[in-house]
Design a protein around this ligand. Structure first.
Ligand SMILES: O=C(CO)COP(=O)(O)O
Length: 268
């Protein structure tokens, strides 16, 4: 039985004071232990503050990215060991806002791709390996753009991203990864993917994991849905058999909304 996991991706939001306020309200109102794991992923600058507030609580800490080197002359980067040191257990890798190419416009540039950091399938794979080696649980994001969906390429894109992410990763490590299906067109747009379709694509991710890492890993990996998850649509998504949780952006910045999503997770 897979343990569900709901994570809040705060993106580039929250000063230290805002972090304190949001987490204090969340912890105060989190009366009972939800049926799933709960993770928050504040920006790097707030990790230390968040770690102190979350100590001895059911809410776990995650980061939004890492670099794959352990240390060295990499200005601006954060090493996996630094995340462990500050108290992180999770790390988001390959978010669509980090994937893509430099030097736009591309011939097929899609303005809905929020791709500022040029990450590729290969860099995502390196980051996954580094996270696993450090004992972090990676949340690996995959998802198609609107252009890709309209061109009927969704399944091929998901399969390619999932398989490439797992390159050179052992079966034992593959099963520890959390995948997040985040269709790019649903992120921050208010346009949620229909629950049945989200379930289908999450199933495709599981199938692709099975192709690379075997059926045990496929059965074990947890697959989240992300993209405009709100209190109003969470229950429909979270009840789907292939969906083991959610990666929540905007709604994770409001304690009441994030709590409502957590409580929408079905009790087993
Ligand atoms: O990108 C997301 C989570 O990583 C989703 O963001 P929204 O929930 O704001 O659409």
């Amino acid at each position: 039985m897979r343990r569900g996991v709901i994570a809040g991706n705060w993106k580039m939001h929250c000063t230290l004071e805002e972090t304190r306020r949001l987490l204090e309200e969340l912890l105060h109102r989190l009366e009972s232990q939800p049926a799933c794991e709960v993770v928050v992923c504040p920006p790097f600058t707030a990790l230390s503050t968040a770690a102190a507030l979350l100590h001895n609580t059911p809410v776990k800490l995650g980061a939004q990215d890492l670099f794959w080197k352990e240390k060295g002359a990499y200005t601006g980067q954060i090493a996996p060991g630094m995340l462990v040191d500050v108290g992180c257990e999770y790390v988001i890798i390959g978010h669509s806002e980090r994937r893509g190419r430099f030097g736009v416009p591309e011939p097929d540039f899609d303005a809905t791709i929020l791709a500022y950091f040029g990450e590729s399938d290969a860099t995502v794979n390196r980051k996954l390996r580094a996270a696993l080696a450090a004992g972090l649980t990676p949340i690996c994001c995959v998802g198609e753009t609107l252009t890709e969906r309209q061109a009927g390429q969704t399944d091929a894109v998901i399969r390619r991203q999932t398989r490439a992410a797992l390159e050179g990763i052992s079966e034992g490590d593959a099963r520890k990864i959390v995948f997040a299906y985040e269709p790019v067109w649903a992120i921050g747009t208010g346009e949620v993917c229909a629950a049945g379709e989200a379930n289908r694509v999450c199933g495709l991710i599981r199938t692709a994991v099975g192709e690379v890492a075997g059926s045990d890993a496929a059965a074990a990996v947890r697959v989240q849905y992300g993209g405009s998850v709100k209190p109003e649509n969470a229950a429909d998504l979270l009840v789907q058999p292939e969906i083991d949780g959610a990666l929540v952006g905007g709604a994770s910045l409001k304690a009441a909304d994030f709590l409502a999503i957590l409580h929408a997770y079905p009790a087993s």
